[in-house]
Design a protein around this ligand. Sequence first.
Ligand SMILES: [Zn+2]
Ligand SMILES: [Zn+2]
Length: 188
Amino acid sequence: MDLRSPYVISIVELPRQEGASMNWEATLDAPSDMGVEMIGVPAGSPVRVALTLHSVSEGVYVSGTVSTRLVGQCARCLRDIAEDVTESVGELVFYPERRAALVEEGDEEAAAAQVVEHDHIDLEPILRDAVVLALPFTPLCRPDCPGLCSECGQPWDELPTDHHHEQVDSRFDALAELEAELRDQEQQ
Ligand SMILES: [Zn+2]
Ligand SMILES: [Zn+2]
């Protein structure tokens, strides 16, 4: 855990006593990999975080919201899209000894869970999960985006409603050619 990271926060102020809680709010610069190929949060852009940290028996339960702006490309028409999102956060960060005990009991999920280290919690993986797991598999500029004209590749949204291309079906051309060829052969 890099204690210099702005995403690493101290919980020294949070009493280790069930039911205790503290609020934590900040606007941070987005880390470099908060997204997927088609859409995500550009590195350095603002990420607003409003959290409550709850002391629970197993560790610290982090809840609240993360708000930011997604930038990406529509999967159908390839135009740029930008969308403000607010995602909810809810993740248990274990005390190391509690996680160790669960792992020993065979809890595979606990093995991958975050732990409190030296009274600090790294929010980066927690916030990244909250944002990235909520990203659409297929980002769209609008739910019924008609995509691109298959002939000229222009977005249908930017084409006149009567846009069309002369239908030239090359398969029929090839058939006609073949037919003519066969006819020629028969006549020989
Ligand atoms: Zn689109
Ligand atoms: Zn076209």
